[in-house]
Design a protein around this ligand. Structure first.
Ligand code: ADE
Ligand code: ZN
Length: 343
């Protein structure tokens, strides 16, 4: 067992993370350092006051602070530093590959162009690969509380940078912003040949998960935990092997499932839904990938074979090719078969 209470075999396993917002990896210390570098004033007077504000009662109460803190991200170097800090932490948790969301509309609203954001994030990815041996890919997220026209304009701005993107996503306040609002935008994204994902069934109902599948043709659902309320939908997710990128500490901190022992993860897994575990906004929710795994282990004490399945699901649900997936699934199976690792 590790200091997190996570079995050594799970702690050291190779991992793939599919649901992390780069803006949600902004630690308070880095936020204040960047605020000073860019002469930006944060609405908090210290790291301690900012951290103390992380007592969320809903998704919106979190988003208000998350968007406020992005004010410190102004130039390429800021996005580089943010990415590199995330990759260092993720690599320490065994992550070998991450598909990473970013929210360009938040930055455009402060006059930071798409090209600046992407160039900085890509520079961070390159340095992370060299320094820590971790690979990453970018998923551009549209903000669902803004209009479909705004999203379409953002897609136009992204066209020169399509080679830098692994896909498109949909995030921000879910209630009152159903997936169908973005059907045309997502059709345009798919026409560019890139896969699409969407947050659905986090605070919103199971119907939003269904709607994301029907109107957006998403390859995965981000969160999707409310799918548990609709048995037919659960059967559909299992039959079509549509992965859910579940974020346990996020669900706990945003009061989606205040007690993780009540989380639908075991029921979804038992129903054959390919669930994956992820950190969402780790700087705000109490930890990176292994902290999320430790919270799940504390709640459910999964067997090694259950852990191998769940960690394998993430490699399988990634947007990498079949050869790459087969390589990592094999490496994972060797790791779980290695009797030199203490259990
Ligand atoms: N943006 C960052 N984190 C998010 C979350 N958990 N849900 C929706 N939008 C987000
Ligand atoms: Zn998210």
């Amino acid at each position: 067992m590790t200091e997190l209470g996570l079995p050594e075999r799970v702690r050291t396993a190779p991992k793939c993370e599919l649901h992390v917002h780069i803006e949600g990896t902004l630690e308070p210390e880095l936020a204040f350092a960047l605020a000073q570098r860019n002469a930006v004033v944060l609405p908090y007077d210290s790291v301690a006051t900012l951290r103390a504000a992380y007592a969320f009662d809903s998704l919106q109460s979190f988003l208000d602070i998350y968007y406020a803190c992005t004010a410190v991200l102004c130039c390429e170097a800021d996005f580089h530093d943010l990415m590199l800090a995330y990759l260092q932490r993720a690599a320490a948790d065994g992550v070998v590959y991450a598909e990473i969301f970013f929210d360009p509309q938040v930055h455009a609203a402060r006059g930071v162009p798409m090209g600046t954001v992407i160039a900085g994030l890509q520079a961070g990815l390159r340095e992370g690969r060299t320094r820590y041996g971790i690979e990453g890919a970018l998923i551009l997220c549209f903000l669902r509380h803004l209009s479909a026209e705004d999203a379409m304009e953002t897609l136009l701005q992204a066209k020169p940078y399509l080679g830098a993107l692994a896909g498109f996503g949909l995030d921000s306040g879910e209630r009152g912003n159903p997936p169908g609002k973005f059907a045309d935008v997502f059709a345009a994204c798919r026409a560019l040949g890139l896969p699409v994902v969407a947050h659905a069934g986090e605070e919103g109902p199971a119907e939003y998960v269904q709607e994301a599948l029907d109107t957006l043709s998403v390859a995965r659902i981000d969160h999707g935990v409310r799918a548990i309320d609709d048995p037919a939908l659960v059967r559909r997710l299992a039959a079509n092997q549509i992965a859910l990128t579940v974020c346990p500490l996020s669900n706990q901190r945003l009061q989606v499932t205040p007690d993780l022992r009540d989380h639908p993860l075991p029921a979804l897994l038992a129903a054959g839904v390919p669930v994956t575990l992820n950190s969402d906004d780790p700087a705000y929710f109490g930890g990176y990938l292994n902290a999320n795994l430790a919270a799940v282990h504390e709640a459910f004490a999964w067997s090694d074979s259950q852990w191998e399945t769940v960690l394998g699901n993430a490699f399988q649900a990634s947007f990498r090719n079949e050869t790459w997936k087969a390589h990592w699934l094999h490496t994972l199976s060797l790791h779980f078969a290695d009797d030199q690792i203490e259990t």
